[in-house]
Each structure stands twice: as structure tokens, then as C-alpha cells.
Write a protein that binds this ligand. Structure first.
Ligand SMILES: *Cc1c(COP(=O)(O)O)cnc(C)c1O
Length: 354
């Protein structure tokens, strides 16, 4: 704290990302990164940008990347916004679209960055509780709202809504912007992108961090009606004209061009998730039905914090949230087969010891 801080800074309560420890032999299953790495073609494209041209600013509109995303998702370039990770895209969406007289709605258990953005931008919000099964109940969103933001699948539960449920949210709130945060959609949920054509209030946000294994490159994007995209661009150009460098733009395009690698790595993550889920159930855990690259699980006889600590002593890091309703859960990212084995044997050791 310092007298030099503005009153805004005093009032912030920043998001705390999962840690990035530097320990040898660590099984790191705490931040939902891909265990398999990016497409070799993306790496080659990124290396290809390490030249003298780095002295030049990148394309501020990222036109080639936006065109590649538009063609991949069958929309027009004017319907695509790109940013430095989807966290930045979401921040711009909060600033550009989500502040209204009526409150912003999002689930009580969800991505913990949302309330952080609300504080930063002075947005009033209300949380809507998940049901007993830790699922979003669409009917509970039938109440006055200035805007909605919903992750699909939800984080950190991994539970997905169907496209029909998203439609019902959109139709319930035709006059409110609805942001669907699809950070994990490629692991088994239905994307809402096809609904953009018929719903001018819908903004879909995706990322290359998880299913394309490019968390370190920082590329996220939004797809929606051109008017919504224009709002994000106005905020972006009032903040940072060049959010994506040349390597990021080139690497992201090359990743989109390597469909075979993408399909194969997401299928491997889904297989790993099913094996991880079965292993946890075998050890007595309750595992929520996941459509993501992680599972959310609790053991009826062991506190989540104690399990997370015991795992850490065995060099396995998972994410534990000390928040109300979820403090007994562990969020465990899907790793390689070897990492899943190390996690399961560490848990079996912990649960078996008196
Ligand atoms: C990981 C994640 C993001 C942000 O990812 P970026 O790396 O910033 O693209 C956004 N929303 C949710 C729900 C996430 O889990």
C-alpha cells in the first residue's frame, strides 16, 4: 500500500492465477495447460517470425489471423476480435458491453476472474447459485439482467450446457448482451458460434491456450455480431493498439491450419479425462461430469485442502479453491498417461495411509 496509489488501485482485489512452480519431476495439474504441446507447424511459424522484421510493429488489426479465424468458424472477419489471451478479450468485453443499469448475472461458482473485472470496471453484478448437482439451471436466469456471462463448460466444474439451453438464455434476454466463455469447448461441449447469425446479443469467447496448447503465446478471440466486435475494438484501441505480436499472429494462424494435430490432441485429452475420472471413482471420489480438460472431484471422507497438501508433498500439484461450496473439491487437469498414473498412485497412497 502506498499514498501514491489511486483510489481505484486501493479498491482492487486481483485474480490469483494457479502457481507456476519450478521444481524438477513435478506433476503439474493445476492450470489446465495441455500436456501435449502445440502443433509443430505453429512452432515453425513462430520461429519463422524471429527475424529482423521484429523491429516493425505487427498488424494492429491482425487481419490475417482474423480472416483465418473467420474462415475456420464460418463467419465474416468483421465478426472476429482477437486479443492477448481470452482474459484480455473478456476484460474488453466487460468494459465494452457488460455495464448497464441492471446487474450483470453469472453463476456463484464460476471463473473467479469475473468479479475481478466487475470491480475494475465498476460493474454491479449478481451471482446465480448452481443447483445441488453443481449445474447451471437456465430457468434460474429468468430475472432482470443488464447482461450475462456464462462459461460453457463452466469452470471450475467442467459441466456443460447444451446448445438448446444457451438458446433459451439468449431468448430470455434478447435485450442484454450475453457472453459465452468457451475456453474449454473443444473438449466436448457444443459451441454457440452458429447462434451468432441469429442472435445479435451473443458474444462467444474462445482461446488458443487450452485445446491448442498455446497458453504461453497468449491468443484469445471473440466471435459475434459486427456491432459487438466494433465495441471491443473501440475499447482495445483506447488501451493497446498492438495486443498480439508477430509471432503470436503467425503461430495462431499455423495452429488453425493444422487440423489433424488439433483433432488428435483433443481426442487424447478426452481419453485421458475418461481414464482419470474412472481412476478417481475407483478411489472413492465423486467426479462431476466433465466436458473440459480437467475434472472436479471430491472425496466424501477427506477435506480438499488436506488432499491438495498431501499431493503437493508427493510433488503433484492440483488446484484447490478455498471458496464456499467448493472447498472440498480438487480441480485436476488432464495430464499425460504417465502424469495421470502418478496422480492416482499418490492419491491411493494418501487414502491408504492411516
Ligand atoms: C483459461 C481460461 C480463460 C483464459 O484463458 P487465456 O489463457 O487468457 O486465453 C478464460 N476463461 C476461462 C473460464 C478459463 O478457464
Amino acid at each position: 500500500m502506498s499514498r501514491f496509489w489511486s483510489s481505484l488501485t486501493h479498491g482492487l482485489s486481483p485474480y490469483v492465477p494457479g502457481e507456476q512452480p519450478r521444481m524438477a519431476e513435478l506433476v503439474k495439474l493445476n492450470t489446465n495447460e495441455s500436456p501435449f504441446g502445440p502443433s509443430p507447424r505453429a512452432l515453425e511459424a513462430i520461429r519463422g517470425e524471429a527475424t529482423d522484421t521484429l523491429r516493425l510493429y505487427p498488424d494492429p488489426q491482425a487481419s490475417a489471423l482474423r480472416a483465418a479465424l473467420a474462415s475456420y468458424h464460418q463467419v465474416r472477419s468483421e465478426q472476429v476480435f482477437v486479443g492477448n489471451g481470452s482474459d484480455e478479450v473478456l476484460a474488453h468485453a466487460f468494459a465494452a458491453l457488460l455495464k448497464h443499469d441492471a446487474p450483470l448475472l453469472f453463476p456463484d461458482i464460476t471463473y473467479s476472474f469475473y468479479p475481478v473485472y466487475c470491480r475494475l470496471f465498476g460493474i454491479a453484478y449478481e451471482t446465480v447459485p448452481l443447483d445441488q448437482a453443481m449445474q447451471i439451471r437456465v430457468a434460474d436466469y429468468r430475472r432482470p439482467a443488464g447482461a450475462l456471462v456464462i462459461p460453457n463448460p463452466n469452470a471450475p466444474t467442467g459441466v456443460a450446457l447444451s446448445q438448446a439451453e444457451i438458446v433459451s438464455l439468449l431468448e430470455e434476454h434478447p435485450d442484454a448482451p450475453v457472453v459465452i466463455d468457451e475456453a474449454y469447448v473443444d473438449f466436448g461441449a457444443e459451441t454457440a458460434i452458429p447462434l451468432v447469425a441469429s442472435h445479435p446479443n451473443l458474444l462467444v469467447v474462445q482461446t488458443m491456450s487450452k485445446s491448442r496448447a498455446l497458453a504461453g503465446l497468449r491468443v484469445g478471440y471473440a466471435i459475434g455480431h459486427a456491432d459487438l466486435i466494433e465495441a471491443l475494438t473501440r475499447v482495445k484501441d483506447s488501451f493497446n493498439s498492438y495486443p498480439l505480436g508477430r509471432p503470436a499472429q503467425a503461430g495462431a494462424i499455423a495452429s488453425l491450419e493444422d487440423e489433424a494435430y488439433f483433432q488428435q490432441s483433443r481426442a487424447r485429452v478426452i481419453e485421458g479425462r475418461e481414464r482419470l475420472g474412472r481412476g478417481l471413482v475407483g478411489l472413492g471420489f465423486e467426479v462431476l461430469p466433465s466436458s473440459a480438460n480437467f475434472v472436479f472431484a471430491r472425496h466424501p471422507a477427506h477435506a480438499g485442502a488436506a488432499l491438495a497438501t498431501a499431493l503437493r508433498q508427493r510433488a503433484v500439484i492440483v488446484r484447490h479453491f478455498p471458496a464456499h461450496r467448493i472447498s472440498d473439491y480438487l480441480r485436476i487437469s488432464v495430464g499425460t498417461d504417465g502424469q495421470i498414473d502418478r496422480l492416482l498412485s499418490a492419491l491411493s497412497d494418501i487414502l491408504g495411509s492411516p
